[in-house]
Ligand binder design. Structure first.
Ligand code: FAD
Length: 272
């Protein structure tokens, strides 16, 4: 690691350039997803990436021995100044990059990254409005950054998360989320299990529908700022339903992870 200088890049970091990042931790988040923590060269600088705001993403570039490169975007789950950069990657069976990040990468490896990227799908401490977060599967990642930033700031605005997952073991960051619902008066959590619910769960498993969405979203009122993230059909269904229900489209921000099958959350009612 001696060839991984801590300070050399500090003053020259540019979000559009590629930089090495060292993988310092990697662990299973669910049976199919892995959380990877990395340290950019300027690890002692605060914040680790200049301008890091909760909700932004980085690009990761892999290069094969023959020079072939693949670039994919991953949201940052961490937004803590001085903290490690953290991403959580869901493995797609037929994917090119995610299987390597979930099963091939080792601690001590390097990834090429650039960023942070994004100035729209972000939550800033200056925002006074209540916030509704709606996640499908791996779409929880940037919303988790917002939740962590909100908690770190002890921000008074209420935050409410609606999290759609296939089954209990597919939940990312479960312990942290459950602890937050217990200790934070500002954070509230509602689940949708699309394939299998925990025993005793009051709702039968099923895709998010208009009724469940309205029941969960309503408590924060119409001036809430809403962030929706997940596979494309999930995001389209939720955004569409909110607008039909009278929400101001300007108060709804969306981020799509691509994919046409509804993704890891099992999709949403109305999805193809
Ligand atoms: C802003 C942003 C943030 C993101 N954040 C995250 C995150 O936090 N966590 C996360 O897990 N993912 C995230 N993603 C998704 C991520 O960038 C990748 O798309 C994902 O990891 C899949 O990459 P892959 O290389 O494994 O799959 P790919 O090889 O890109 O394949 C993806 C899908 O497309 C299909 N496909 C591939 N090539 C073709 C083709 N030629 N024709 C038809 N279909 C094809 C495959 O069958 C597969 O189902 C994010 C995406 C964006 C845009």
């Amino acid at each position: 690691m001696s060839d991984f200088p801590a300070s050399a890049a500090r003053s020259t970091w540019n979000a559009s350039d590629w930089h090495d990042a060292l993988v310092v931790e990697a662990y299973a988040e669910t049976p199919t997803a892995r959380t990877i923590q990395m340290r950019p060269p300027a690890s002692t600088a605060l914040p680790p990436l200049p301008g890091l705001v909760a909700g932004q993403h980085i690009d990761v570039r892999l290069t094969a021995p023959d020079g072939y490169t693949a670039v994919r975007s991953y949201s940052l789950a961490s937004a803590a100044p001085g903290g490690l950069l953290e991403i959580t990657v869901e493995e797609l069976d037929d994917g090119e990059v995610s299987p390597y990040l979930v099963r091939g990468l080792d601690v001590g490896d390097r990834l090429e990254i650039r960023g942070p990227i994004g100035g729209w799908f972000v939550w800033r401490e200056e925002e006074p409005a209540p916030v509704h977060l709606i996640a499908g599967g791996s779409g929880i990642v940037p919303l988790m950054a917002m939740i962590r930033a909100h908690e770190a700031a002890a921000h008074p605005a209420p935050f409410r998360l609606l999290y759609s997952v296939r089954s209990p073991e597919m939940v990312y960051y479960r312990a942290e989320l459950e602890e937050l619902t217990r200790v934070s008066p500002r954070f509230d959590l509602d689940w949708v299990y699309t394939r299998r619910a925990p025993s005793g769960w009051p709702h039968a498993p099923g895709r998010l529908d208009v009724t469940r969405l309205a029941a969960s979203v309503q408590p924060l009122g119409n001036d809430a700022l809403t962030f929706v993230c997940g596979a494309t059909p999930f995001v389209e269904f939720v955004a569409d339903a909110l607008v039909r229900a009278g929400r101001d489209p300007a108060r709804i921000r969306t981020e799509r992870y691509g994919g046409a099958d509804g993704g890891t959350d099992g999709g949403a009612e109305g999805a193809a």
